[in-house]
Design a protein around this ligand. Sequence first.
Ligand code: NDP
Length: 283
Amino acid sequence: MIINGKEISQKIKDQLKIQINELKQQKKRVPLLAVVLVGHDQASEVYVRNKVKACEYIGIASQVIRKENNCTQDELLSIIEKLNKDVHVDGILVQLPLPAHIDEEIIIRSINPDKDVDGFHPINVAKLFLNEEGFIPCTPHGMMVMLDEIGYNPGGKEVVVVGRSNIVGKPVSLLMLHKNATVTIAHSYTTHLKEITQRADVLITAVGKAKFFDQSYIKEGAVVLDVGINRDENGKLCGDCNYQDMAEKAYAITPVPGGVGPMTIAMLMTNTLLAYHRRSYGI
Ligand code: NDP
């Protein structure tokens, strides 16, 4: 089974669009997402464009604040402070990576946790750890929704996550744990990686290495969620998994492109509407 992230994310965006239309019919204001982009990183430009496009499709208002590469940390902090205080702004997203002279951790910590739709602020990280309501980082959240969509309950299953980053590996491991999976987190110091991944009922690959995994890494009937976005030897977009090869052995697998990637934006939109509702009604 191909887990079609494009289709699932479209479904989510269409549901959100209906909710925004209802707000408009009730003459209520619509949510506003503020995106801060520093510099001209090509990938970041594409990500921001796609986020704005998704907002436009759904009917969420968006505001992009562009700053040149030489923007200072203090300037950026004062922009965020303004956005924190602006009652019309529901969600704030600072596109990463930031130029090297700016400390990302300081910037992330300066965002009001109630507007932190990326879910990277330590308060939201702690809430995820405690399984309390906060903002769940978009990519891991998207993967959980995908499993739900195919009717797969990870409860009691062996989930192996390869990669331990703060934005993907660690949060998805916690989400899986909260769903009662038995979770193993592997990383670059892991020995006998294959023996571990072969045990997985669900394998999540988030290493950022083109076609690193083939079918020898999985058991028959495993579910594979491929987070990686890489370029292969021909410059074509590909995941961490050799998709064609693993699809023969897996029960279900996400393609790249068109798998986990589109889910990230759909969950960002979901978080923005959630921020709006929490701020508007105090729920
Ligand atoms: P990071 O580079 O932060 O983390 C990579 C992880 O992989 C690290 O934990 C590293 O281990 C581990 N790793 C590297 N090599 C190996 C190896 N040989 N064996 C086992 N583990 C290894 O990446 P991110 O988590 O930010 O992203 C991972 C991939 O996902 C990238 O391709 C990125 O582009 C993509 N991505 C996709 C998103 C989407 O929307 N689909 C969103 C975010 C990321 P160690 O900690 O020991 O260094």
